[in-house]
Design a protein around this ligand. Structure first.
Ligand code: SAM
Length: 298
C-alpha cells in the first residue's frame, strides 16, 4: 500500500490540475486516465518486473507513470507539453528510477534514447495511453526502427486496434494490419469505457498488446517493395488485386503478363487484397521483384 493517494484517483487528478491551473489541450490528445482498474490492466499486460525497463509516451500528469514506477526497474517518459513538466516533477519526486524527457516522440532519436536510458535492463516495453491523433505514426516509428522491444502495450482508438489485429477476409484487414503483423503479434486486451478518462474522448478506446517479433513474420527480398505492393493492392478496396496492381505496375503492358505473374505466385487474379495473407503478399512481392517490376512501376 502506498502512503500517498495515487495520482490517478479522480479526486487527486482534479486537485493537481486545479492547483497548477492546467487546461487540457485537445490538439495534443490529452485524455487522462482516472481508473485504477484500467491502469492495473495496462501495466499487467506488459509483464514488467524490477529487472525490466518501460518507455512511456505522453505521461500527462503521471497516472500511468506512477504505476510503471512501482513495477519496472527503470521508467523513461517522453512528454511534449512543457506545462506538464512541473506537475510530473512533483508527482514522480519519490521515484529516483524515473526520468522524464521533454520532447516530441516523433522527432526523437529513439536508438540513442534506448542506449542512454536502458543500458542495464533486461528488456524494454513501451507502455502508454497514446495521443490518438498520432497513434499510427508513433507505432510505426517504434516498429520500423526495429528497437529492441519486448511488448508495446497501448491504449488507442478501438477502431484502430481492431484494424491492427484483423485477420484476412474481413473489412478491418488492410495495409495497417499487415504492417503491424509483419513486425509484431497483436492481441486485443480489453475495450475501455469513456468514463475512465478526463476529459472523455468522443471515440471508443481499447488496450492492445503488440508482442514484437525478433524477425519479421515473413521473409521478403526487399522490405520497402513488399510494403509498396501491399499499399498498391489495397489502393481501391473494391477492385480486384489484378486491377489495383495493373494501374501501378502495368499501365502500358498487357494484363496477360500481370495475371501470369499472379498465377506464378499462387494468387487468383480475381481475388481482392483483403483475402491475401502475409505469406501470400510476400510471395507476390518477391515474384514481381524477380520479374523486374520494381523498375517499371509508376
Ligand atoms: N499517460 C497519461 C494518462 O494516461 O493519463 C496521459 C495520456 S494522454 C492520452 C496523451 C499524452 O501524450 C498527453 O500528455 C500529451 O501531452 C502527450 N503527447 C501528445 N503528443 C505527443 C508527442 N508527439 N510526443 C510526446 N508526447 C505527446
Amino acid at each position: 500500500m502506498s502512503i500517498r493517494e495515487d495520482v490517478s484517483t479522480p479526486r487527486r487528478t482534479k486537485e493537481i490540475i486545479q492547483r497548477h491551473g492546467f487546461s487540457f489541450k485537445k490538439s495534443l490528445g490529452q485524455n487522462f486516465l482516472i481508473d485504477q482498474n484500467i491502469l492495473g490492466k495496462i501495466v499487467a499486460a506488459a509483464g514488467l518486473d524490477d529487472t525490466k525497463g518501460a518507455l512511456e509516451i505522453g505521461p500527462g500528469i503521471g497516472a500511468l507513470t506512477e504505476k510503471l514506477a512501482q513495477e519496472a526497474g527503470k521508467v523513461t517518459a517522453v512528454e511534449i507539453d512543457q506545462r506538464l513538466l512541473p506537475i510530473l516533477e512533483e508527482v514522480l519526486e519519490p521515484y529516483s528510477h524515473v526520468n522524464v524527457i521533454h520532447g516530441d516522440v516523433l522527432k526523437l532519436d529513439l536508438q540513442a534514447l534506448f542506449a542512454a536510458e536502458f543500458g542495464g535492463v533486461n528488456g524494454v516495453s513501451v507502455v502508454a495511453n497514446l495521443p490518438y491523433y498520432v497513434t499510427t505514426p508513433i507505432l510505426m516509428k517504434l516498429l520500423e526502427e526495429k528497437l529492441p522491444l519486448e511488448h508495446i502495450v497501448v491504449m488507442i482508438q478501438k477502431e484502430v486496434a481492431e484494424r491492427m489485429a484483423a485477420a484476412p477476409g474481413g473489412k478491418d484487414y488492410g495495409s495497417l494490419s499487415i504492417a503491424v503483423q509483419y513486425y509484431s503479434v497483436p492481441e486485443l486486451i480489453c475495450t475501455v469505457p469513456h468514463s475512465v478518462f478526463i476529459p472523455q474522448p468522443n471515440v471508443e478506446s481499447a488496450v492492445i498488446r503488440l508482442t514484437v517479433r525478433k524477425t519479421p513474420a515473413v521473409a521478403v527480398k526487399d522490405e520497402a517493395f513488399f510494403f509498396e505492393v501491399v499499399q498498391s493492392s489495397f489502393a481501391q478496396r473494391r477492385k480486384t488485386i489484378s486491377n489495383n496492381l495493373k494501374s501501378r505496375f502495368f499501365p502500358k503492358e498487357g494484363r496477360e503478363r500481370l495475371e501470369q505473374l499472379l498465377e506464378e505466385a499462387g494468387i487468383q487474379p480475381t481475388r481482392r487484397a483483403e483475402t491475401l495473407s502475409l505469406d501470400e503478399f510476400a510471395k507476390l512481392s518477391d515474384t514481381l521483384l524477380n520479374a523486374g517490376l520494381k523498375e517499371l512501376r509508376v
